[in-house]
Design a protein around this ligand. Structure first.
Ligand code: GAL
Length: 991
């Protein structure tokens, strides 16, 4: 019987204030109402609080502060007449952090362990008819010292409360193995009492407790094909339903194997979070999480950093995910005492820690999806972990044991680190990593450690815009067998939407003195569960089928167990983004781990004859996609699993998409392209007949220069009109609104410090020369910050062809690296121009990378095509506003108004496009999304390149390959205005 629902509730500031007689029916309390499961701080009582590592109270274990918010909860319920008294159990799935229970005025007991179940025998206390259940919850307890995970502190009865009738069956433990050599399954179910009968109808099996039966052929359970068999455990008077999955977990030859095969985790760390409900997450949201994980090619989840709601594991069994189930232990805040008093190393705390481990293992031991037990997160070294590991191995020899933070790995079956730089990962892959100090003096322990497989427990910190570098990680992870995969940090942003609010809150939004700011806004999903660009990128990078080619086309099955029979392969040929032909590929059976070669469905370099209206010299692409052939529990037929694109017209190799990232655009070596030479070549080109040369007009803004559709201010050389469109000319831009990853962690690794020191956020433009020539305009400028000597020379060369062409030369001047005044500035945020156009140009079409945002080191998911969007939809709604929305490899883009008038920009060859209704400076200032107010213009950035993203908010910055170094650059953009004649065309921004 569920006891969820609307309870009576009263919050006290501390235990001293709370009434001693709360358990009495007639207690004098002015009760409020509260939804259970739920956190009171999210229902208008007190406030949530976020810290990353710090305890929000003085560290004095096991004591708690007097100001210990105490919530009295009570609920009346009617006991059905036929409710059996024997074996009545009151079960709480999760109460944060410590609680005491009274039933009908009598104390039943108390418990701690927030993310663990507690059961109380209540048979003697139940009364016929109305019963009164009272629960007093304290926010802080000794348990809080073990619950210092990086997340919101959210007190309350946040998981289900149930009254169960559990008269007879004490325990059930299923052991179901699979022999991959013979295909046989072995099953044994240990039951208390041993008189129980077990039936597995589908296998026609009936067995007794502890009896071992071998079935000559079963279908195994794997995350790829999660085959479950229903079973019942019965004694006279009670039946328990089970779902059995046959699978064998083993550590074999230094690797974690299941059913004889080494696993490879494409994983994620998942906290339980709902933007309104906190950790009182619904089953629908859990299912949504898993469906999204499956749809994005994830195959593993680490339940960071506590056992999840039990229904989540049912869903993992059903949909197929490998699970590392983590115990509810983290003592991270002892970092501030230099680990003095760390419970993990104090025998007094051993029983409490062991209690947590037991409660997790006993609760979750019958889930085939759970293959690894994790002892804790970030709790340093401690003897107690030895005891936990020992007990766990003894109780459940059928699974592996994991703990990352004891760098001797004495108690762990895995070697593991977090946020490991690529070079270190590579060294680990080849077993040439440095010896950790913890095993330096213990050769035996070191030999053991070096023999362990490696799990990247956390990496690719998905905070704000990012992570960058997923593809680089994946390449290394896939290369070395010792590396059994990784788990991105983390699944979902922990932004909270408080009643009536429109902005998500994070640490510091309540004026707290100690808080973790937005460090918990670091997920692949936004708080409302919308996938972020980071998730799209991860999906592409970890696709379980890789397609290389184009001739032959090779299909690589990267799965561990399953063939590709569930997939269908389709192809299309596009010219300049328009489909000209399409079909299905006949793919033979491809077993897990093997490949198949196919002939390309189209001819390379062949002229396109199928349609007459495509440009004969257009870009010709082949797109191959692997899609689900039929509906699965987590996606419908047609869902795309993997894809690749190949350029067919002999275009640059860089245009082979779906394969490893190309490097940054080529730098022009100093002294390479000289303005004079550029002019010379331009002059030789043919000028469109009728194109205007120089013409002087006078108007409101002083003298103007007209060059084709371009109208420039004579004194500054700034473009002010393009045909009928008022613009504010392109000018050099090196700045971007810093991302969380640009900022780094506590000043470490971040690049923003050096960017600001170099004055990139306050560049001033000075016009040195405006030179009007025959069909061209040359504007020389110097761009530099006040107070510093270094700057750049920016030369804008406008020439008239069939359209207006701009070539920008960027030449650094002075010391950009290693300079005395400014510390070394090793990168620039971007190299490009910014430009202001009217706000009604709000439809954006482009040919290039899309549909989503992409950056140098996060661009695998961008495929070449034609896309249409709006300025508003180009924005990525990061909870904390920052650089976002850039589209990569853009060949051309058009911005149009409702009537179809507008302008077109072409890149030579490509550019990165950003369009928004606010400036970079607005974006930088904003701390929440509502701080961004649309202005009356659209602000464009047309970039040659941007710096990579990296994941320095907790990890390494962008690699050198993806770093945009200060240096000389040249790029060209061509502008067209189209639509009605200038007089009638798009007018002022306020038109
Ligand atoms: C890890 C930790 C996580 C989280 C992450 C950064 O060290 O285990 O809980 O804090 O860093 O977001």
């Amino acid at each position: 019987m569920s006891l969820n629902g609307r309870w009576e509730f009263k919050l006290w500031s501390g235990p001293a204030e709370a009434p001693a007689d709360v358990m009495r029916r007639d207690v004098d309390v002015d009760w409020d109402k509260l939804e259970v499961p739920g956190h009171w701080v999210l229902q208008g009582h007190d406030r949530p609080r976020y810290t990353n590592t710090a305890f929000p109270f003085p560290i004095d274990p096991p004591r708690t502060p007097d100001a210990n918010p105490t919530g009295d909860h009570r609920r009346w319920f009617d006991l059905p007449d036929d409710w059996p008294r024997d074996g009545a159990v009151l079960r709480f799935e999760g109460v944060d952090s410590c609680f005491k229970v009274w039933l009908n005025g009598t104390e039943v007991g108390a418990a701690k362990g927030s993310r663990l179940p507690s059961e109380f025998d209540v048979g003697d206390l139940l009364e016929p008819g109305r019963n009164l259940l009272v629960v007093r919850v304290h926010q802080w307890s000794s348990g809080s010292y073990l619950e210092d995970q990086d997340m919101w502190w959210l007190p309350g009865i946040f998981r289900d409360v149930t009254l169960l009738s559990r008269p007879l069956i004490g325990d059930v433990f299923v052991h179901a193995d699979y022999d991959h050599l013979t295909g046989a399954g072995t099953v044994r179910v240990d039951v208390e009492p041993s008189s129980a009968q077990i039936t597995i109808p589908e296998l026609g099996l009936e067995l007794r407790s502890a009896e071992t039966v071998t079935i000559p052929r079963v279908e195994p359970w794997t995350a790829e094909v999660p085959r479950l068999y229903d079973a019942q455990v019965a004694v006279d008077g009670e039946t328990v339903e089970l779902r059995i999955g046959f699978r064998t977990v083993a550590m074999t030859d230094g690797l974690l194997t299941v059913n004889g095969q080494p696993l490879f985790f494409r994983g994620v760390n998942r906290h339980e979070h709902d933007e309104r409900r906190g950790r009182a997450i619904t089953v629908e949201a859990m299912r949504q999480d898993l469906v999204l994980m499956k749809q994005h090619n994830l195959n593993a989840v680490r339940t960071a950093h506590y056992p999840p709601h039990p229904a989540f594991l049912d869903l993992c069994d059903e949909l197929g995910l490998w699970v590392i189930d983590e115990c509810d232990i983290e003592t991270h805040g002892f970092i501030y005492t230099d680990w003095r008093g760390n419970p993990a190393d104090d025998p007094d705390w051993a029983p409490m820690m062991l209690d947590r481990m037991r409660r997790m293992v006993e609760r979750d031991k019958n889930h085939p999806s759970v293959i690894v037990w994790s002892l804790a997160n970030e709790s340093h070294r401690g003897r107690n972990f030895g005891m936990l590991a020992e007990w766990t191995r003894e109780r459940d020899p059928g699974r592996a044991v994991f703990y990352e933070r004891d760098r001797s790995y004495e108690f762990s079956d895995f070697y593991s680190l977090m946020y490991t730089p690529l070079e270190d990962l590579e060294a680990i892959g080849t077993r040439t990593e440095d010896v950790p100090p913890e095993t330096e003096d213990d050769p035996e322990l070191e030999t053991r450690r070096r023999g362990l497989p490696f799990l990247l427990a956390e990496y690719a910190h998905a905070m704000g815009n990012g992570p960058g570098g997923l593809a680089d990680y994946q390449r290394i992870l896939e290369r070395y067998p010792r590396l059994q995969g990784g788990f991105v940090w983390e699944w979902i942003d922990h932004g909270l939407l408080l009643p009536g609010a429109t902005d998500h809150v994070y640490g510091g939004d309540f004026g707290e003195r100690v808080h973790g700011a937005n460090f918990c806004i670091d997920g692949l999903l936004f708080p409302d569960r919308t996938p972020s660009p980071g998730l799209a990128e991860y999906k592409k990078v970890i696709e379980p089928v890789r397609i290389t080619g184009p001739d032959p086309l090779t299909i690589h099955n990267l799965r561990t167990f399953a063939s590709l029979d569930d997939l269908e392969f389709v192809w299309s040929e596009e010219v300049d983004g328009e489909e000209v032909d399409a079909g299905r590929l006949e793919v033979p059976e491809v077993q897990a781990g093997s490949t198949a070669d196919l002939r390309s469905p189209v001819e390379m370099h062949a002229p396109v004859r199928r349609r007459v209206d495509v440009a004969p010299d257009g870009e010709r692409w082949l797109t191959v996609r692997a899609v689900l052939a039929k509906d699965e529990a987590w996606a419908a037929a047609g869902h795309e699993v993997a894809w690749a694109q190949f350029r067919l017209d002999g275009g640059s190799a860089e245009d082979r998409r779906g394969a490893p990232s190309p490097a940054q655009p080529e730098r022009v070596v100093p002294g390479g392209v000289q303005p004079e030479r550029a002019v010379a070549s331009v002059v030789q080109e043919q000028v469109v007949p009728g194109g205007g040369g120089e013409r002087i007009v006078s108007g409101g803004g002083g003298e103007r220069i007209v060059l084709g559709v371009g109208e420039f201010e004579r004194s500054t050389g700034r473009l002010v009109r393009l045909g009928g469109i008022e613009v504010d000319g392109p000018e050099l831009d090196l700045w971007r609104a810093p991302t969380d990853n640009d900022c780094g962690q506590g000043g470490r690794n971040g690049v923003v410090g050096e960017w600001r020191a170099a004055g990139l956020d306050r560049l001033l433009h000075r016009v040195d020369r405006v030179e009007v020539g025959e069909r061209e305009l040359l504007v020389q400028t110097r761009v530099a910050p006040d107070g510093l000597g270094a700057g750049v020379r920016a030369t804008y060369r406008w020439t008239l062809h069939d359209a207006l062409r701009l070539t920008v030369d960027v030449e650094p001047e002075g010391e950009w690296s290693g300079m005395a005044v400014t510390p070394r500035c090793g990168s620039w945020p971007r190299v490009g121009v910014r430009m202001v156009v009217p706000s009604n140009l709000d439809t954006v079409r482009w040919f290039g990378g899309g549909p989503g945002e992409a950056y140098a080191d996060s661009r695998e998911a961008a495929r070449v095509g034609r896309y249409t969007s709006t300025v508003d939809d180009l924005q990525t709604p990061y909870v904390v506003p920052q650089e976002n929305g850039s589209r990569i490899d853009v060949r051309w883009a058009e911005l149009t108004d409702a009537q179809g008038n507008g302008l077109r920009v072409e890149g030579a060859p490509h550019f990165q496009l950003t369009a928004r209704r606010w400036t970079t400076e607005d974006l930088e200032r904003a701390r929440h999304r509502s701080d961004l107010t649309p202005r009356d213009h659209v602000y464009l950035n047309l970039d040659l390149a941007q710096n990579g993203l990296g994941s320095a908010s907790c990890g390494p910055p962008a690699t050198p390959q993806h770093t945009l170094e200060p240096g000389p650059y040249t790029f060209t953009l061509t502008f067209h205005q189209f639509g009605r004649s200038p007089e009638h065309a798009v007018g002022r921004s306020d038109a």
